[in-house]
Design a protein. Structure first.
Length: 176
């Protein structure tokens, strides 16, 4: 991406134009030319062209398809939007799915799926710092996706979970 946009600060802190994924649906402001965006604003009351958008496109919705050999029982794949890595590291997400798969039964027992090495690393996910809270993980859901989302939005901290889910639009996108 940086090679396609010389002289622009396109990738910062591992994010392209502020986004975690490199493939996105929508977000046309980062795909359409400045000329098209200017015309849409004028003719249809569209949004203003961002100053940071100089030479789009920065993203594509075209997938990269990879075939993986040697998949065995117990392997899994996590597909997520850019919101998940704002709350959970890759290690935490994998650990949470592993904990969910291996749970003997649903329980409200809180646990931490991170290894000691992971816990020693500083948390680089921005949301919990923004919320000024420690992560509390819980395994109570019968669905792995719901399990990840719950733990992303507060997990075992029921007060935080309720607070995050009660925020109304348009502010909700800022917090979750």
């Amino acid at each position: 991406v940086e090679a396609e946009h010389p002289g622009e600060e396109v990738v910062k802190n591992g994010r392209t134009m502020g986004f975690a994924p490199s493939r996105v649906f929508g977000d046309a402001r980062y795909k359409w030319s400045r000329e098209v965006q200017t015309r849409l604003k004028k003719d249809f009351l569209g949004r203003s062209v961002l100053d940071s958008v100089k030479t789009p496109p920065y993203f594509t919705a075209e997938p990269v398809v990879t075939k993986v050999d040697g998949i065995k029982e117990g392997d899994f794949l996590i597909l997520a939007s850019d919101g998940l890595p704002e709350c959970l590291s890759d290690h935490e997400a994998v650990g949470l799915v592993g904990k969910w798969i291996n749970k003997p039964e649903l329980s409200t027992a809180q646990g931490d799926p991170r290894s000691a090495a992971d816990k020693a690393r500083e948390d680089a996910t921005p949301r919990h710092g923004q919320w000024n809270t420690e992560k509390k993980f819980i395994t109570i859901d019968s669905n792995a996706a719901t399990h990840l989302i719950r733990n992303c939005l507060g997990g075992g901290d029921q007060d935080l979970l309720k607070a995050i889910l009660s925020i109304q639009s348009p502010r909700a996108r800022i917090y979750r």
